[in-house]
Ligand binder design. Structure first.
Ligand code: AMP
Length: 173
């Protein structure tokens, strides 16, 4: 499946200089979506994780679909103030200022195998924050899967030796 033919690029959104990778054109294509989910979970089919953590917001879409296919639980990693029960929080740096990410404390048990899923890895800062947050759960992160990787930002350097794969790469802006 040639995902690049299906994923839309919108130059100048949300501000000049950004080439926005718009995966909504893949979501409207059921064959492409089914293929993407199959390719995202392929390395984990033989030995599925206990949990998939999907990162708000587009990571929810792909993460939940992957969790259903693998028969494992899905855990949303959310922007602050959205989750109602007791949470763990991790803050991270943005280009301007900071943001934070939260997960329910009871969503992952000690020793659980966890796969992180997001739509797109740019600087890797968001996934890095989730990795720090997952340390509080005493779980085992078995991998990181993304639909798209912006390789020129080298986000994967932040993931250490955790296995990472992306279905589509963009080498320049
Ligand atoms: P980062 O923390 O830099 O890896 O950014 C990852 C998050 O920002 C992902 O969840 C993406 O949804 C979003 N993002 C960053 N850059 C882009 C882009 N060029 N097009 C679409 N989404 C982006």
């Amino acid at each position: 499946m040639d995902y690049k033919q299906i994923i839309r690029q919108v130059p100048g959104f949300p501000k000049p200089g950004i080439n926005f990778i718009d995966v909504t054109t893949l979501l409207t294509n059921p064959q492409a979506m089914a293929s993407a989910v199959k390719d995202l979970i392929a390395p984990y089919k033989a030995s599925p994780p206990d949990r998939i953590v999907g990162i708000e917001a587009r990571g929810f879409i792909f993460g939940a679909a992957c969790a259903l296919e693998l028969g494992c639980g899905f855990v949303p990693a959310r922007k602050p103030g959205k989750l109602p029960a007791a949470t763990y929080t991790e803050s991270y740096e943005l280009e301007y200022g900071t943001d934070s990410i939260e997960m329910h404390q009871d969503a992952i048990a000690p020793g659980n195998k966890v796969l992180i899923v997001d739509d797109l890895i740019a600087t890797g800062g968001t996934v890095e924050a989730v990795l720090k947050l997952l340390k509080k759960f005493d779980c085992e992160v078995v991998g990181i899967a993304g639909l798209v990787e912006l390789t020129f930002l080298n986000g994967r350097a932040k993931f250490g030796d955790i296995p990472f794969h992306a279905l589509v790469t963009y080498d320049s802006e």
